[in-house]
Design a protein around this ligand. Structure first.
Ligand code: GAP
Length: 449
């Protein structure tokens, strides 16, 4: 068993260009990151797999892309202006800030402050509430009337569009509205790489149901979302569902369950599934004066209840990397491999001319590359020894490598190497695209499962 630490994941992400610390040449900006090539590809895959299962494969779902900056009244109505806060304490000794409810996870409060040469007890201020929304100004005038917020969740953009979708697009509950997009939170203690950041991409879906059916749909969506991770090869032993106690639930929730992953930092929320009742539609109806309700053909009306699965690409990204990361020794050499589900892997296949100076091998390799890249993200790699190229592809999780060698020039066959089993077989060059299409359709399970 590989000992997977966050440091190893961060180091691989940096080494192989998945993720870089942002603004690095200016000394960085705490807990902000930029995605490099493979990170972008993997993020795109996660987003489109989510969209596929939430929207493309269903009859009861529509997509939305709402604005980041909304009328500030939205956040009054939603309760975020008054209540989207964390308790904050300052330490007079080490001059750092902490969440009062997470002190046991921090360096402060429990042990001497560890500034170089200083070993004084931490001295904490009284807790005060700190609003996590980023404020901004809209327009040229800077006064109270121009204050607006960067959205801290994408959900409210969905609620305020309920009427557009339900009435204009003639959707009848149960139906859902799904959207992905950036959210922003001025977290007091961001950290653990991408796990808690101030800018992240949420994927949220609000499912509107008749009130009497809410509990049934809540249970349905917990199961659906758990199965999504399992279908993408995340190990069952690393996932669990944890129901929130009444004290833990958010102000809008009448039931919340977290799908948790056993991260290197312990069991933590990966995704939340909440039964938001009629809280949001009722609040927006009252504050806006626009009735957000469903009217049956016989004239009976009701405010639908809402079930919400909500997650960020960042959390899935980290969980999937942790689940996939594996170190082993093969033929007396170290190998680090990302055993990602092929659908999640940034690159689906590598095309490797065995001898890059051989013009015929290069010509055949490039022809295969042109054929495969019409359908998939594939990579041509001619840098260095073949063993080194395999290792490089292993580290970015490429499931298959096709090698064009001397035998290809004789009999038009290629070698395909499997990332997980390391097995190699020969295939006709003309059959590679069909072979890859078939391989990508096959169910995949982590070899560690
Ligand atoms: N609309 C409900 C909502 O936003 P939440 O539990 O605050 O609920 C939902 O957030 C999901 O968004 C979390 O389960 C997590 O996946 C992700 N998330 C929240 N804050 C995050 C942060 N600071 N960094 C990365 N992901 C975050």
């Amino acid at each position: 068993m590989t000992d997977v630490t966050m440091d190893k994941i961060v180091s691989l992400c940096r080494r192989r260009g998945f993720v870089f610390p942002s603004s690095e040449i200016y000394g960085g900006l705490g807990s902000t990151f930029d995605y490099g090539h493979y990170g972008v590809l993997m993020k795109n895959n996660i987003r489109s797999l989510w969209f596929r299962s939430m929207v493309q494969e269903r009859d009861d779902m529509v997509a939305l892309d709402s604005a980041v900056i909304l009328n500030p009244s939205v956040w009054e109505a939603s309760g975020h202006v008054a209540g989207f806060t964390d308790p904050l304490v300052d330490c007079r000794t080490c001059k750092l800030r902490f969440r009062a409810d997470k002190l046991e996870d921090s360096q402060c409060g429990r042990r001497p402050s560890n500034r170089p040469g200083e070993f004084r007890e931490c001295d904490l201020t009284e807790a005060r509430q700190f609003n996590l929304m980023f404020e901004t100004q809209v327009g040229a005038l800077e006064d109270a009337s121009s204050t607006a917020y960067l959205r801290p969740e994408t959900a409210q953009g969905i609620f305020i569009n309920f009427k557009n979708v339900a009435q204009l697009a003639r959707r009848k509950p149960p139906f859902g509205i799904a959207q992905t997009g950036k959210s922003f939170r001025n977290e007091i203690t961001p950290g653990n790489f991408l796990f808690r950041v101030r800018e992240f991409e949420q994927m949220e879906m609000e499912y509107f149901v008749p009130p009497a059916d809410a509990q049934r749909w809540y249970e349905y969506w917990i199961e659906q979302r758990l199965n999504w991770y399992l279908d993408l090869g995340v190990r069952r032993s690393m996932l669990r569902v944890r129901e929130h106690s009444a004290e833990e639930r958010s102000h809008y929730s009448s039931g919340t369950s977290d799908i948790e992953y056993d991260f290197p930092i312990g069991w933590q929320e990966l995704e939340g599934v909440a039964n938001r009742g009629d809280f949001d539609l009722t609040q927006h109806s009252q504050h806006s004066g626009t009735k957000l309700e469903w009217v049956e053909q016989d004239g009976t009306r009701y405010t639908p209840h809402v079930i919400e699965p909500a997650v960020s690409i960042e959390r899935i990204f980290v969980a999937m990397l942790c689940d996939a990361y594996h170190e082993e020794v093969v033929a007396e050499r170290d190998r680090t491999v990302l055993r990602l589900h092929p659908a999640v892997a940034p690159v689906k296949a590598a095309i490797l001319p065995l001898i890059p100076r051989n013009d015929e091998m290069v010509a055949r390799s490039r022809k295969l590359l042109d054929e495969l890249r019409e359908r998939w993200l594939v990579e041509y790699d001619d840098g260095g020894q073949i063993g080194r190229r395999y290792r490089r592809q292993d580290e970015i999780g490429t499931p298959w490598a096709f090698t064009i060698d001397e035998q290809t020039l004789e009999d038009e066959t290629v070698t395909v190497r499997d990332r997980d089993s390391l097995a190699q077989e020969r295939l006709p060059l003309s059959g590679v695209a069909a072979w890859l299409a078939d391989a990508l359709r096959r169910p995949w399970q982590s070899p560690a499962a």
